[in-house]
Design a protein around this ligand. Structure first.
Ligand code: CTP
Length: 399
């Protein structure tokens, strides 16, 4: 039951707006105090009177309406009263406004003024969902503790079968219940007491003092995992190679340069870790000789001899003593087959495989493979969402 819980349901202008009626009814059946806030576009798709009747409270459609005049500063009072704000459906436009600090209507103002947990259920055309600007906004919001549910694959308003459908009201209610303060299964708690070591970013193998061999890794996946694990209560150590990302708060970050220093940092910090996740893109080869002075442009061609680096993950697999070991595989072909081979060669408990094209992107399509050969396929989603799916899977295996 949701007795004594104040829930704001934000409804924005997507075709799925009618599904907000079912969402509100379900929340009311659980005894929540539900307040609906609609954007102007949403009122064209579903009637405020319907939502007022279902919620039993005035529907907020603009900041200056008389309906809420019993409250001193209505939108602030509502924003502060809320235990959770659910926006369902949420359009690309509203995601963009919230991510960029624009508060030009009742809903965006309330969201900005509220310290409550926010749960966003996007619904939009598939190409809009894949648009880099939307992806960037979703990623940014996820890194600021906004939780996203969906969108799912299904039949879209434009007729095509693709990603973009709003999650089912029942699933949204379930997720909201999980997130509510005081909930037994609040996501903030399920990794409490666990020590997690995560590697991220690419390594740089020095050729001389100014040049190196590197790779395109952005560190986004590893940082998303570190952030998500911290949010879920874990004690996180992040061994980070090169990245432009800012160090997440509340995490011990060890900066390293090359495969050798990453290996040393991981080995030095591995004792007592319950889970180790190698998300870093570690160079497989380094220059056999590192020149201590800058190489001069003298001959027409130069030859660079490369030697294998240590395989950190394989080393961890050999030393494994109760730690749950997770690897990544970035493949261009035979994804599952190659990943399974890596899992057995490196003695892993879990491996996540994605296409090599996901490198540098904000989102990815991942497959999570466990030791028993089960393959969980996840459609393209923001790396923060993938991170939580990976942590869910790990938790299901260790508890
Ligand atoms: N890895 C590692 N140390 C290395 C190379 C890779 O710990 N020197 C880890 C990566 O962090 C990743 C996993 O091993 O978790 C697989 O990395 P990947 O580059 O996909 O595979 P490789 O084992 O390097 O094999 P190949 O490059 O031939 O596909």
């Amino acid at each position: 039951m949701l007795t004594n819980k104040t829930i704001i349901v934000g409804v924005t202008g997507g075709i799925a707006a009618y599904k907000a009626c079912e969402l509100v009814s379900r929340l009311k059946k659980l005894n929540a105090d539900v307040w609906v806030v609609m954007t102007a576009a949403a009122t064209k798709l579903v009637g405020p009177i319907t939502l007022r009747t279902l919620s039993g409270n005035p529907v907020v459609t603009d900041l200056f309406a008389d309906e809420l005049s019993t409250l001193p500063v209505p939108h602030i009072a509502l924003a502060q009263k809320a235990d959770i704000i659910i926006i369902a459906p949420c359009t690309a436009n509203i995601i963009g406004k919230i991510a960029n600090g624009i508060a030009d209507d009742a809903l965006t103002t309330i969201v900005m003024a509220s310290p409550a947990q926010k749960l966003i259920a996007p619904a939009m055309n598939a190409e809009m969902w894949r648009n880099p600007a939307v992806k960037k906004n979703v990623s940014w919001l996820e890194s600021r503790d906004f939780v996203f549910i969906g969108p799912e694959e299904g039949k879209l308003a434009c007729g095509s079968e693709d990603i973009g459908v709003m999650s089912k009201p029942r699933a949204i209610v379930k997720e909201a219940t999980r997130l509510l303060p005081g909930s037994k299964t609040a996501s903030a708690a399920d990794l409490t007491g666990k020590k997690v070591l995560i590697t991220a970013g690419g390594t740089r193998e020095a050729i001389d003092p100014v040049r190196f061999i590197g790779n395109r890794s952005s560190g986004k996946m590893g940082y998303a995992l570190a952030e998500a694990a911290r949010q879920r209560g874990a004690e996180v150590t992040l061994v980070s190679g090169s990245t432009h990302l800012a160090a997440p708060e509340g995490i011990t970050v060890i900066k390293v340069e090359d495969a050798k220093s990453m290996h040393e940092a991981v080995i030095a910090n591995r004792a007592g870790q319950h889970i180790i996740i190698m998300a870093a893109a570690v160079a497989d080869y380094r220059p056999t000789i590192t020149f201590w002075q800058k190489l001069k442009k003298e001959s027409e061609t130069i030859k660079l001899e490369l030697s294998k680096t240590v395989d950190i993950l394989a080393d961890l697999g050999r030393l494994k003593n109760g730690t749950y070991l997770v690897g990544f595989a970035a493949e261009t072909n035979d994804h599952v087959e190659n990943a399974k081979a890596k899992m057995s060669e490196k003695n892993l408990d879990l491996i996540i495989v994605n296409d090599a094209s996901a490198i540098e992107q904000d989102s990815s399509e991942i497959k999570i493979i466990d030791k028993h050969g089960n393959v969980d396929e996840h459609p393209e989603q923001a790396k923060h969402q993938s991170a939580n799916k990976i942590l869910d899977k790990i938790l299901s295996q260790i508890t």
